[in-house]
Design a binder for this molecule. Structure first.
Ligand SMILES: [Zn+2]
Length: 306
């Protein structure tokens, strides 16, 4: 299985258009030892020819442009065979509306995420202009499901959805209680093979299913949104705490770092990194602390095989 990080930043990207915090300003000016990043998305492939995206970020056009494997191989067409959604956040779904150029899309999502994106959304009609423009393939928690090619042929990859502690998207907050289908992580593997990828870009805290999914994985991409609980406040960009935004900070006594350190010898990579996070600075002490715990920091264009 081939894996390519298309985007490694949290919502807003890095730098964020309206943010002049130390990190955003420094990366714009070129005075910071840090790479710019687009909003979180991953591409996976069984063979380097057929690809699946996990999440469709608002930066999707740029991400496709930056990765020649996703370019059309014929007059009209795309090597993107399907798109899997881990939740209904705008940062994960807005890109779908940008793929409206009369191309059939296959979208894998839980019923809750599908409803959240389609119900009462007049803009979704841009993806309903002809029969079969979108095929939804519903994910059930805990059930292994094949990723398919056209005419229902097997791609060789399968996924399992695990519930991850989280919240409903901001635009749907309060409309229904949070359920297990609102925010998932994925376990991806080649059919019958042992190496597996766990993709958990949004995790509010520890849970049993989460620990179970990660124990079986060879490589883990995990929520690295915030280093600390009060990071937004410290950066002067707002009062929200990490927990208000349903993200488990990496650092501190209660942080995910100790949990992640216990998952060695797997490859462990932080992604969905907010622009206020000190680990974006390659010379930051927090970055060194993560590294000494065995954690890597994802960057746009990072590739590996399992
Ligand atoms: Zn910023």
């Amino acid at each position: 299985m081939k894996v390519r990080v298309l985007g490694s930043a949290a919502g807003g990207g890095f730098p964020q258009w309206n943010c002049g915090c130390r990190n955003c300003d420094g990366v714009r000016q070129g005075t910071l030892n840090a790479k710019p990043r687009t909003q979180e998305s991953l591409a996976i492939s069984p063979d380097g020819k057929h690809w699946y995206l996990i999440n469709a970020s608002p930066d999707i056009h740029r991400q496709i442009q930056e990765f020649p494997s996703l370019w059309p191989k014929e007059t009209r067409g795309s090597p993107i065979e399907g798109i899997i959604l881990t939740n209904g956040d705008m940062d994960h779904c807005l890109g779908l509306l940008s793929l409206r150029e009369s191309h059939p899309l296959v979208i894998y999502a839980t019923a809750a995420v599908m409803r959240g994106f389609t119900a009462g959304n007049p803009m979704y009609r841009t993806l309903e202009r002809f029969p079969g423009q979108v095929t939804w393939k519903l994910l059930s928690i805990g059930i292994e499901q094949s990723l398919t090619l056209s005419r229902n042929r097997e791609s060789g990859l399968s996924i399992v959805a695990f519930p991850a502690p989280g919240k409903r998207p901001i635009h749907l907050a309060g409309s229904e209680p949070v359920g297990p289908e609102d925010n998932i992580g994925l376990y991806v593997r080649e059919a019958g093979a042992t190496p597996a990828l766990a993709y958990f870009p949004s995790v509010a805290g520890h849970s049993g299913p989460l620990a179970e999914a990660l124990q079986g994985a060879t490589a883990i991409l995990f929520d690295g949104t915030f280093w600390s609980e009060g990071e937004m406040q410290e950066a002067g960009v707002g009062n929200a705490q990490a927990r208000d935004m349903a993200h488990w900070p990496t650092g501190g006594i209660q942080g995910s770092l100790a949990f992640m350190a216990g998952l060695a010898p797997r490859r462990r990579i932080l992604t969905h990194i907010n622009n206020t996070n000190p680990i974006l600075r390659e010379d930051a002490p927090e970055r060194a602390e993560a590294k000494s715990a065995g954690l890597e920091v994802a960057w746009d264009g990072m590739e590996f095989s399992l």
